[in-house]
Design a binder for this molecule. Structure first.
Ligand code: ZN
Length: 172
């Protein structure tokens, strides 16, 4: 079964053959963040894929993972390539190090999950919120519902976390 949906007026689809992404986004649709755990080397992997990047085994089970982490890097978009995003500029694309499995299997590694900065309700963040986020910001996962069987994992500021001063690119 494939999924076809629309997000901000843009078509999104996941092909029936893409079992890993169908499963991943179906868990997201239930606001349940899960990643594949390899039973052989006991490591999680992201993005969803057919084989373990560490030991190449295909077997995996979907396990719940807490959606909390730290901004590893970001892009602040001022010129939207997609017209649908124009109304939301400037917006942030975040690369977030999950707390789970950070520094494993080597100290430089982490499960780095991409998403936009959104409000707690899952809509793209307003400019005053965008300015408060940078490298080091503690964030938590929220979901933007798109269609039956499809929600996008996104990031919002973790209001309960102690926040270091975020590192931001110098502004003009
Ligand atoms: Zn493995």
């Amino acid at each position: 079964m494939s999924i076809k949906a629309e997000y901000l007026g843009m078509p999104l689809s996941i092909d029936a053959l893409d079992g890993e992404n169908l499963a991943y986004f179906q868990h997201c649709a239930a606001h349940d963040f899960r990643l594949q755990l390899c039973p052989v080397c006991n490591l999680l992997r992201y993005p969803p894929t057919t084989a373990c990047p560490w030991c190449m085994r295909a077997e995996a089970s979907w396990v719940p993972v807490e959606g909390k982490g730290t901004v590893h890097s970001y892009t602040e978009v001022h010129h939207a390539i997609q017209p649908a995003f124009k109304a939301f500029t400037p917006y942030l694309v975040l690369l977030v190090d999950l707390d789970r499995q950070k520094g494993v299997p080597s100290e430089q590694e982490a499960l780095r999950v991409v998403g936009n900065l959104t409000t707690p309700a899952g809509t793209l963040a307003p400019p005053d919120m965008v300015q408060r986020v940078g490298i080091g910001t503690r964030v938590r996962m929220v979901f933007s519902d798109v269609a039956a069987g499809l929600a996008l994992p996104q990031w919002t500021i973790d209001e309960d976390a102690e926040q270091p001063p975020p590192w931001r690119y110098p502004q003009e």
